[in-house]
Design a protein around this ligand. Structure first.
Ligand code: FAD
Ligand code: NAD
Length: 466
């Protein structure tokens, strides 16, 4: 195998492997270096996929215990956590192997090892036996992703004090789980373990969960999670976490300095993630970082060195797999002389709890802050016939449209299949549609998507079913 490539991607996550595949499709001689021993990055190995598998399985476990009222009587339902974890692991293995196949199919060379920059055009690869090799590249794409952050002075042991990685592979259901941080990871993993039987307490620094989300949705979301049994301790910060024989004691304090001790078996720290710029030798070759230690890039993903690019979690923007993938495609197309582009105004965010929460575009708070005049259309799933038919009526759709032009500026959903429904609004926004365009589009009956149509009608105060 030659050691000269037109492009080398460091990192085999959604940013890196997608970029490598697209480069391969465009006929560019490409290599992809990945250090974890399997492709797919955080997302496939310890993120999106295992968490969605456990969210689904724990939801099935919960649902099956609550079917009697609907005329479906089952015998005793028991949890076999080992089998459940195996099922999750199987999904991960199938998908990561699938990525390996796709690299091969697109003639991308795959190197297993830690990549670092020796110079502007040379990459050193150290494998797990510490054997080093050097490869050359005209263009280098850094896609090394992100890592969980802990609290100052507290280390993850991934058994008692866990990051999401440990929370995805606990060997038994904790009696009491303390979740520090009410964001994406805390609420998804908190939901999983709550459904499997843990008493879950979320300790959150702010007065609301999921910062950055439309406030009305965030309030409704917390109400629903509380009904499901998750307990919230808002405006609380963690003072210390001390391990003992049984687990840990988490000491928190509120805004007035009142302290509380939580005894628990497991603490999940989910207070955000940091860009992974370790081991790359960036300083030596002079690649600039921003104030949050992310790699600084221009609009075309170029760093300050013009043959080196960066994409995904390691640069600015939401830490989401689909954002990373789109950047991977855009940078590959730019390198091939095309016009790759990512529209950051239409990147959806989805939380895969029950119900799901999905969001795209501007929130009401952002529109107010920017002094943009807007109209609101809202429709509750309570009045949606499909939701009624299957008794899944929590939540609503909220559409924000420009007051004058009616152009859709944002949409925020909480409810059944919200994560799928948001795609319709994404397409509408990409095409610059108005809420009237959505309202005039025929939606099949009976579907959840009719709630989107009705919310669009409601922007003009003419929803039919409410
Ligand atoms: P990563 O996926 O982190 O991949 C980077 C890869 O680079 C890693 O595999 C790493 O091993 C490798 N690497 C690092 N340094 C080197 C080096 N020097 N040499 C070689 N290889 C290196 N996002 C969503 O959109 N939807 C979800 O449902 C979702 N769920 C999540 C659940 C959890 C629990 C977590 C933790 C994250 C979740 N995310 C989700 C976020 C998503 O996983 C990330 O945004 C996404 O993986 C970022 O892709 P990336 O390629 O930039 O980085
Ligand atoms: P997050 O940014 O989503 O949430 C962190 C939460 O912790 C916030 O509510 C914040 O106010 C709170 N917090 C921060 N410091 C705190 C402290 N000292 N004490 C108490 N609370 C504190 O971060 P996350 O949940 O760790 O997830 C990291 C990223 O991974 C997400 O931002 C998201 O980009 C990605 N992710 C996405 C999905 C998805 O798309 N479904 C799922 C999981 C993770």
């Amino acid at each position: 195998m030659s050691d000269r490539f037109q492009a080398v991607v460091i990192g085999g996550g959604p940013a890196g492997y997608v970029c490598a595949i697209r480069l391969g499709q465009l006929g560019i001689k490409t290599a992809c270096i990945e250090s974890r021993g399997s492709l797919g990055g955080t997302c496939l190995n310890v993120g999106c996929i295992p968490s969605k598998s456990l969210l689904n399985l724990s939801e099935e476990f919960h649902k099956v215990q609550n079917l009697a009222d609907k005329g479906i009587e089952v015998g005793e339902v028991r949890l076999n956590l080992t089998k459940m974890m195996k099922s999750k692991d199987k999904a991960v293995t199938i998908l990561t192997k699938g990525v390996e196949f796709l690299l091969k199919k697109n003639k991308v060379s795959y190197f297993k090892g830690i990549g670092s920059l020796k110079s502007k055009n040379e990459i050193l690869i150290k494998d797990d036996q510490n054997k080093e090799s050097l490869i050359h590249a005209d263009k280098i794409i850094i896609a090394t992703g992100s890592l969980p952050v802990s609290l100052p002075g507290i280390d993850f042991d991934e058994k008692i004090i866990v990051s999401s990685t440990g929370a995805l592979k606990l060997e038994k259901v904790p009696k009491k789980l303390i979740v520090v941080g009410g964001g994406y990871i805390g609420l998804e993993m908190g939901s999983v373990w709550s459904r499997l039987g843990s008493e879950v307490h979320v300790v959150e620094f702010l007065d609301h969960i999921t910062p950055g989300m439309d406030k009305e949705i965030s309030i409704e979301f917390m109400k629903i999670l509380k009904k499901q049994g998750i307990k919230f301790h808002m405006k609380h910060k963690v003072e210390s976490i001390k391990k003992d024989k049984l687990g840990a004691i988490v000491t928190t304090s509120d805004k007035d300095g009142n302290k509380k001790n939580f005894e628990c078996d497991v603490v999940l720290i989910s207070v955000g993630r940091k860009p992974n710029t370790n081991n790359l030798n960036l300083e030596k070759i002079g690649i600039k970082l921003d104030d949050k230690k992310r790699i600084k890039t221009k609009d075309n993903f170029q760093t300050n060195l013009d043959n080196i690019y960066a994409i995904g979690d390691v640069i600015e923007g939401p830490m989401l797999a689909h954002k990373a993938e789109d950047e991977g495609i855009a940078v590959a197309e730019n390198i091939a002389g095309q016009s790759g582009h990512v529209n950051y105004d239409t990147i959806p965010g989805v939380i895969y709890t029950t119900p799901e929460v999905a969001s795209i575009g501007k929130t009401e708070e952002e529109l107010k802050e920017k002094d943009i005049k807007y109209k609101i259309g809202k429709f509750s799933f309570m009045a949606n016939s499909r939701a009624k038919a299957i008794d899944d009526t929590e939540g609503f759709v909220k559409i924000l449209a420009d007051e004058k032009t009616d152009k859709v500026l944002g949409a925020h959903l909480i409810g059944p299949h919200a994560g799928e429904l948001i795609a319709e609004i994404g397409i509408a926004m990409e095409f610059g549609a108005s809420s009237e365009d959505i309202a005039r589009t025929c939606h099949a009956h009976p579907t959840f998507s009719e709630a989107v149509k009705e919310a669009a009608l409601s922007v003009d105060k003419r929803a039919i079913h409410s």
